[in-house]
Design a protein around this ligand. Sequence first.
Ligand SMILES: O=C(CO)[C@H](O)[C@H](O)COP(=O)(O)O
Ligand SMILES: [Co+2]
Length: 219
Amino acid sequence: MLIAPSILNANNLKLDESIKKALEAGITRFHIDIMDGHFVPNLAYGPQLIKDFKRSYPMIEAEVHLMSDMPKTLVPAFAKAGADLMLLHYEAMDESQLLYWLDYLHSSGIKTGIALNPETPVSVLEKFLDKIDQVLVMTVHPGFGGQGFIQESPEKIAEVKTLLAKTKRRISVEVDGGINDQTAKLCRQAGCDIFVAGSFIFSKGVVKQQLAKLEEAIK
Ligand SMILES: O=C(CO)[C@H](O)[C@H](O)COP(=O)(O)O
Ligand SMILES: [Co+2]
């Protein structure tokens, strides 16, 4: 079980302070949201943030959630910046492009995942099972932090688990959006392994306590 904090809604002028607090509480992976203003109607972060993050914290995993339909420019840029794992949206490119970029990432030594929007069926994952390390089930519509959890999400997680049982490869299931101690518990019961949370961890100024609540909920 892993909690990957999203810094999206943390105060940008105090990012390092927020990151340090999470690290002190034992976090080993951060989820960094990249938004291009086109695939989603918002903008967030560039490769320099990943570069700076990895320079300061080389042992901590940087998971890049790429909400962009410009893989040709952005996948190599974030790979070069030091991403350890990259999540590509199924909806952002056609299937042949997706296969290409998953291969590109693996051959660059970067772990891969496919992110699914709430309305995208689980069955689309089938032909990618030998190319991914992780599935990201979006539990909000991507684009903004602080949204409410989509209540039907636990059934979708269970569906992903059923599909993944078809492969012998170890593929983790992650949720992202509206995760708090209540919703995390529901996702855990449905079989989720990795929990992204932003607002719940960073909006109250008590990072350690919020992480402890989440840990308690998913254990
Ligand atoms: O991908 C995202 C939004 O598109 C973010 O990772 C997600 O929303 C995290 O923020 P919060 O926990 O506040 O919902
Ligand atoms: Co995200």
